[in-house]
Design a protein around this ligand. Structure first.
Ligand code: IVH
Length: 660
């Protein structure tokens, strides 16, 4: 019964994944899909014996690995010779016609996606192995990562062994999202979608790959390392039938003129495609003819890559100024003498951060090469000539928007304005403060925050407490009723405990957990404000990075004034640490591993901590007990090695009378 239900859910999820990721034609909403997935996860958690590697739930998760195993390809994964212009394409075509001595033949034209090639091996209808191209003869085993690619089927209807080769890519929107996130985290941006796809596929932790939203387009179907169909076009149709994503932008062409038409058509559309292409691949369709044409030492004689021109142009950087983003990040921006880059006029380019400017050796007045690749905003690639009058750029010492303090935390590349009420960051700060996990102010979402900030009603988080019902009722999409509801939410938030207030202030590196620890250690916001760095570092888990960030925060006059006003508004700024030192588990350290029969991780942790015990992530000699459930892994081995007692959920519960 349960097994049938699990199988049914899997079939449904696979069907919807294919509709969504391969055919781009979903029939379920995301929420409905998520609900199906959760039902399956729940059943599998209850019946781990039924979990199989091809279950849709296995696309995420998996164990991080130490490195990649290298394995030989079934046949070499070679690359293609290039044609850089029409003449070179015609030369290729002439050679093919000569070698085929006037025989009839067709080409297949496909887009050349700018990613990295990967081979995927299937047996008994399931994905067994995925290898990067590597050096062409051996590749890296990236199977756990490849499993996270939604458009790569984990299961197909073909039972006999076969291999697919194709391109792993990241779409332009996913690429931009990823780079924005990296910037926020202070990491360098990826230069182009190909680099980011390659980097993402080769992550040691498949969870990271999963979050990157890679895509896979299949273009070869092989059996025993040789073509598995009589022609390339048949192979592509087979792949599509087996559930693979095959780019619909492909065409059988009778001669080089038709190839050129295809090439020109897609060059014109290049801007509007959701992914980067760097050209068109032309292949002789018949496999029998391919075999006769054969290979040179490096390339097949039956295929060629026509490369589009790089989307680059030269221009002058007239000025560099600094923008402040929603997180307070200061981003230098180059103002360019307007230039046309493959049909788009470009006049600005982000320079990302000061390290990037130093790397480029760039100054105002210099002539540079700009390139468009994936990002909406073009990138300065290199300096080609220094300006006669060069003006070197330095980061401003104060925020250009609010004149507040700017700081560049150690190890980061980004300078940020530390004033949480800087107009540039204000909406973000207010949304965070009002969010459910923080002050939980009902009704204070995007729409309302946009309005109160834009109308100047809220210039600081503290202004929330001076809003009036009439002001709110006068806003778009509000009425007396909803205004009343928001006012009640604001009033109620005054009773929120200090850790939430601290979290709400938006001090960099101080989230929920650190806020709790600080409140427990200092007992009031005033005491935290008064503490110097050594005092802050006395606190468990507070290191130099966090203590420095707290000090910087309270050194800023705007932030201090805000804290004073929050106090005046009547927020709860003192805190009684709940004393658990007399708890029944006080002094004991637990490590949780595997899946417990009824308790979730967080529940078990809360129970232990509630009774004064500690929960740690790794087993050492100091561990009092390891609580092990189903599928416990290396932590259980470690416990045995160190002679740490191992107990199950029932034994844990037995230590906690009254918690049943
Ligand atoms: S066929 C022996 N088809 O471009 C033939 N390649 O130099 C090998 N690529 O390494 C490749 N789209 O990473 C082929 N439709 C396509 C392609 C494609 C992108 C990449 C691939 C390959 C390189 C060719």
């Amino acid at each position: 019964m349960v097994f049938e239900r699990i199988e049914h859910l899997r079939e449904e999820l696979r069907r919807h994944e294919h509709l969504y990721y391969v055919l781009d034609a979903p029939i379920l909403s995301d929420a409905e899909y998520d609900a199906l997935m959760r039902s399956l996860q729940k059943l599998e958690a209850e019946h781990p014996e039924f979990v199989t590697p091809d279950s849709p739930t296995q696309r995420v998760g998996g164990q991080p690995r130490d490195g990649f195993t290298k394995l030989r390809h079934s046949s070499p994964m070679l690359s293609l010779d290039n044609a850089l212009n029409e003449g070179e394409l015609r030369d290729f075509d002439r050679r093919v016609r000569e070698l085929l001595a006037g025989e009839d033949f067709n080409y297949v034209a496909e887009l050349k996606l700018d990613g990295l090639s990967m081979a995927a091996h299937y047996n008994a209808g399931t994905l067994q192995l995925a290898l990067t191209r590597g050096d062409g003869s051996t590749g890296e085993d990236v199977t756990p990562n490849a499993r996270t690619i939604r458009s790569l089927p984990l299961k197909t209807t073909e039972d006999s062994p076969f291999e697919v080769r194709g391109e792993v890519i990241i779409s332009n929107p996913a690429f931009q999202r990823l780079n924005d996130e990296r910037e926020q985290e202070g990491l360098p941006r990826y230069a182009n979608p190909r680099n980011s796809a390659a980097g993402s596929l080769r992550m040691l932790d498949p969870k990271v790959t999963a979050a990157r939203q890679l895509d896979y387009y299949a273009y070869f179907y092989l059996v025993n390392g040789a073509p598995g169909a009589a022609s390339h076009s048949e192979a592509l149709d087979t792949l599509s039938r087996l559930g693979f994503k095959v780019n619909p932008a492909r065409r059988r062409c009778a001669d080089v003129e038709e190839l050129l038409t295809f090439i020109r058509e897609y060059e014109a559309q290049r801007e509007s495609l959701p992914y980067e292409i760097d050209g068109v691949v032309a292949k002789v369709d018949s496999v029998e003819q391919q075999t006769r044409l054969g290979w040179t030492a490096k390339f097949p004689r039956w295929a060629i890559a026509f490369k589009y021109a790089a989307r680059q142009a030269e221009t002058v950087v007239e000025k560099i100024d600094v923008q402040v983003g929603r997180t307070g990040a200061l981003t230098p921006v180059a103002h360019l003498r307007p230039v046309n880059v493959s049909g788009v006029t470009v006049s600005r380019s982000t320079l990302h951060n000061e390290d990037e400017i130093a790397r480029l050796g760039l100054a105002e007045g210099d002539t540079v090469v700009v390139e468009r690749s994936g990002d909406v905003i073009p990138k300065v690639i290199r300096v080609v000539a220094q300006g006669a009058e060069r003006r070197l750029f330095t980061m401003p010492s104060a925020c250009p928007v609010c004149q507040g303090i700017v700081a560049r935390p150690e190890g980061e590349v980004i300078w940020r304005c530390v004033n949480v009420n800087c107009p540039a960051r204000l909406k973000n700060s207010v949304l965070h403060f009002a969010s459910r996990a923080v002050m939980d102010i009902t009704g204070m979402g995007d729409v309302l925050v946009d309005q109160v900030v834009d109308k100047g009603l809220v210039r600081s988080i503290a202004d929330i407490y001076e809003l009036t019902q009439d002001q709110l009722a006068a806003l778009d999409r509000m009425g007396q009723k909803s205004a009343e509801r928001v006012m009640a939410g604001i009033e109620k938030s005054k009773g929120m405990p200090l850790p939430r207030v601290i979290n709400g202030l938006g001090i960099p590196f101080v989230g929920e957990r650190t806020a709790q620890i600080l409140a427990d250690a200092f007992g009031s916001l005033d005491a935290i404000r008064a503490a110097d760095e050594p005092a802050l570092q006395q606190v468990e888990e507070v290191g130099p990075k966090v203590s420095q960030s707290i000090r910087r925060f309270f050194e800023d006059g705007h932030n201090r004034e805000m804290a004073d006003r929050l106090a005046a508004a009547g927020l709860t700024l003192t805190h009684q640490k709940v004393d658990r030192s007399g708890g029944i588990l006080a002094g004991l350290t637990f490590v949780l591993t595997g899946t417990l029969p009824t308790l979730g991780r967080d529940e078990a942790k809360a129970m232990i901590e509630g009774a004064g015990g500690k929960v740690s992530g790794s087993v050492s000699k100091k561990t009092s007990y390891v609580v092990a459930g189903e599928d416990a892994g290396s932590k259980l081995d470690k416990a045995k090695e160190l002679n740490v007692p191992v107990i199950d959920e029932a034994a844990l519960r037995a230590k906690l009378p009254g918690t049943f």
